[in-house]
Design a protein around this ligand. Structure first.
Ligand code: C6P
Length: 437
């Protein structure tokens, strides 16, 4: 993928953000070939073939500057945060809190105290379900979810529903992998307390109209949590513009380290919510029978955090910001369009998700009539093409479409048309092995 105006890290490739869910036609394009060189893991051969890494919805590769930030922290600044009165601790704290500030302003938070570090999206949603849900849900209250959700946005609500007697209700999916938003007004009842929905589906690629959902939910007086695991990495995020109350994200999906993520929440909600876990860092005073809590966001951060992860996440955000989230989304949609064109030629293929590439981010999910997704993934692996096969932790999606698994290729800013060609060539090999698939 080349362009007349390639944008590489180091140059400013950003342009004003379009409304959520839309791409700006004026968005700068990017030069994936050039960006790829920043990612050492992508330079290797796998099974004797150059690696075509198409499993980015699972996790993304890390650019040199993220690796350098991790190494720099451990080589020079390694110390615990907020505790020691010494130079290293001061530096570690500054880098750790500096990263929080960067993330907060990048997603449009009203301040760093609205950003709680977590291990990732899963922990962020568990935090809300357990803390907010435990304190606010009562028997007969309702939580509205969708059939599109990742298990991380289902199971925490099931657990709190079992504890409190709250009921779970579900927005369905249409045949093309879109939410049945026509059902939402009916599902929002007098007992609805919270709606929790993914920004982008990991199994289908669908970009959900979060703002539209937020308007309905807020007019109804309920809260909205957005699972942004597949949102923030591929899509401009402005939590104010989205109109949500909670936004959960994972650092490793946006080129940061694993084990670091964040929960953004409106300050007044965090103020009212009880702590999620107890331990060091999150207290002000500890007596024998009770304790009082530290100020936000530390009230929710018990124990020694993933300092290196948080510090290196800033490098990832800086990188993504320079490339420009609008350009990333547009690039992914171009790759999706190109992939769909090739995939539609394959006999016996079934495609999942919206037919229009502009309705999705960089995910293509499909099944072949004769080959099991795991066999497809294994054959592609021998060709050096990394994809994911399975239920993608979205068993309700699989059930909705009557399959147990799909094959999924997911693109990111460093993928090229050549990577897609490698996928298509690998599928031709699958066809040869399995006959007319
Ligand atoms: N989906 C995938 O291959 P964690 O594991 O906490 O970083 O993210 C969980 C999660 C939550 N919501 C959505 C929409 C997701 O896609 C994921 C992670 C990966 O699709 C791993 S199962």
């Amino acid at each position: 993928m080349t362009s007349d105006h390639p944008v590489a890290p180091g140059s400013s490739g950003t342009s004003p953000s379009p409304p959520p869910g839309e791409t700006s036609s004026a968005a700068a394009s990017l030069d994936a070939e050039l960006l790829k060189r920043d990612f050492p893991a992508l330079a290797q051969e796998v099974n004797g073939k150059p690696l075509a890494y198409l499993d980015n919805a699972a996790t993304t590769q890390k650019p040199e500057e993220v690796l350098a930030a991790l190494e720099h922290y451990y080589r020079f600044d390694n110390a615990n945060v907020h505790r020691g009165i010494h130079e290293l601790s001061r530096r570690a704290t500054e880098a750790y809190e500096g990263s929080r500030k960067r993330l907060a302003s990048w997603i449009g938070a009203n301040g760093p105290e609205e950003v709680v570090w977590t291990r990732g999206t899963t922990e962020a949603i568990n935090l809300v379900a357990s803390s907010w849900g435990g304190a606010n849900l009562q028997e007969g209250d309702e939580v509205v979810l969708t059939e599109m959700e990742h298990h991380s946005n289902l199971v925490p609500w099931q657990l709190v529903a079992q504890r409190t007697g709250a009921r779970l209700r579900y927005v369905g999916l249409d045949d093309d992998g879109r939410l049945r938003l026509d059902q939402l007004p009916e599902l929002l009842g007098p007992r609805t307390r919270i709606v929790s929905v993914s920004h982008v589906s990991n199994a289908l690629g669908t970009i959900n109209p979060v703002r539209e959902i937020a308007d309905l939910v807020r007019n109804h007086g309920a809260l909205l949590l957005v699972d942004g695991a597949q949102g923030a990495a591929h899509h401009p995020v402005d939590v104010q513009g989205l109109g949500c109350d909670f936004y959960a994200l994972s650092g490793h999906k946006l080129m940061g380290p694993t084990g670091i993520g964040a929960l953004w929440a409106r300050r007044e909600l965090l103020e009212e919510m009880p702590p999620y876990q107890g331990g060091g860092e999150m207290i002000r005073i500890v007596e024998k029978d009770y304790s009082t809590w530290a100020a936000l966001p530390h009230k929710f951060e018990a124990g020694t955090p993933n300092i290196a992860g948080a510090v290196a996440l800033k490098a990832a955000v800086d990188y993504l910001d320079r490339v420009g989230p609008e350009a990333v989304l547009r690039h992914e949609q171009e790759l999706v369009a190109y992939a769909l064109e090739g995939l539609r030629e394959i006999p016996g293929i079934r495609l999942f998700g919206p037919p229009e590439p502009t309705e999705r981010s960089g995910v293509v999910s499909f099944s072949l009539s004769d080959a099991h997704p795991h066999d497809v993934a294994t054959i592609l692996d021998t060709e050096g093409v990394a994809i994911r096969a399975g239920h993608h932790c979205a068993q309700l999606v699989m059930k909705r479409y009557g399959v147990s698994a799909t094959t999924r290729a997911s693109f990111y800013l460093y993928n090229t048309r050549e990577d897609v060609d490698r996928l298509l060539a690998g599928l031709a090999t699958v066809e040869e092995i399995f006959g007319a698939s």
